[in-house]
Design a protein around this ligand. Structure first.
Ligand SMILES: [Cu+2]
Length: 292
């Protein structure tokens, strides 16, 4: 039904149904409104006053006409209501096997977290063909999560979790908008939804996702496991400053020099390191079993 290109791309499981619903509503309303307008014009011409003293035939009601104009619109409206209600329930009720993601809206960005902890900002990567459920909350004011191509729009409120779901049906890059005026940079609160083939999505997740790099994942672990407490960047910690360490020579106690290659770094973290670094006492615990 999207032949005129009046609608955004149709890229979710219920978007096609909503398109049809939209066009049928437009058609019914258009036909009724047009019909009434034409009928008014017709009556205005046909029953116009032709003579100043003319007295038209007096009519005291017409049961047939009155029943007709109640029954036909009644059936039409009930049909529209029924279809609308069915569509509403389809859109509101998520299926059982959803992939769950979390969305935090704030002035003025979308923060998204995947179930395995991968985070992204102003982008949302989803697999095609798998129902995705978003649990959303706002940190400040009311925002609205709007992906036109999915026909998905939901206000995001502070202090209350809202959920929506959709199944992307076509791979591609789609607009994500904030659809609720939320402050001076509301117009900049936009992003992209990337619908990817399931396998590509898996690869994307494995490679660290939205933050894109192993470095950022490493940084997260560096803080999460408390490395930053000793390996301070001001040089006053009990452990050496590790910045720009990679690939550089390290002098061990006894004068041996080794290169800080992946093997050496891994041995240090796992507690199987070849020796103490010159100038530091060996107080670092082993992270064997805690880190892969
Ligand atoms: Cu907003």
């Amino acid at each position: 039904m999207n032949t005129l290109n009046l609608l955004p791309p149709t890229a979710s499981s219920y978007a096609a149904e909503l398109n049809e619903f939209f066009w049928v509503m437009v058609a019914i309303c258009g036909i009724v409104a047009g019909g009434i307008a034409v009928f008014i014009l017709y009556c205005a011409v046909k029953y116009r006053r032709r003579d100043p003293d003319e007295l038209p035939v007096q009519i005291e009601g017409n049961t047939k006409v009155e029943v007709t104009w109640m029954v036909i619109p009644g059936i039409l409206f009930l049909g529209m209501f029924g279809w609308g209600a069915k569509t509403y329930f389809d859109v509101e009720e998520p299926p059982a096997n959803t992939l769950n993601m979390y969305v935090v809206a704030k002035q003025w960005m979308w923060k998204i977290e995947h179930s395995n902890g991968i985070r992204e900002i102003n982008t949302l990567h989803v697999p095609v063909g798998r129902p995705v459920r978003l649990t959303m909350i706002s940190e400040d004011v009311i925002h609205s999560f709007f992906v036109p191509a999915f026909r998905t729009k939901q206000d995001v409120l502070p202090g209350r979790y809202m959920t929506i779901w959709f199944t992307a049906t076509k791979a591609g890059k789609y607009h994500l908008f904030c659809a609720e005026y939320c402050g001076v940079k509301h117009s900049g609160m936009i992003g992209w939804v990337y619908a990817m083939a399931p396998r590509e999505y898996e690869t994307w997740l494995e490679q660290g996702g939205g933050e894109g790099s192993l470095a950022s994942t490493g940084e997260k672990l560096f803080y999460q496991f408390g490395c930053a407490n000793c390996h301070r960047f001001d040089g006053h910690g009990p452990g050496p400053d590790l910045r720009r360490l990679y690939g550089q020579p390290v002098i061990l106690q006894g004068g041996l020099t080794v290169a800080a290659n992946p093997t050496y770094i891994c041995e240090c973290i796992m507690g199987t390191k070849p020796g103490r670094v010159e100038g530091f006492t060996s107080i670092m615990p082993s992270f064997q079993g805690q880190l892969s």
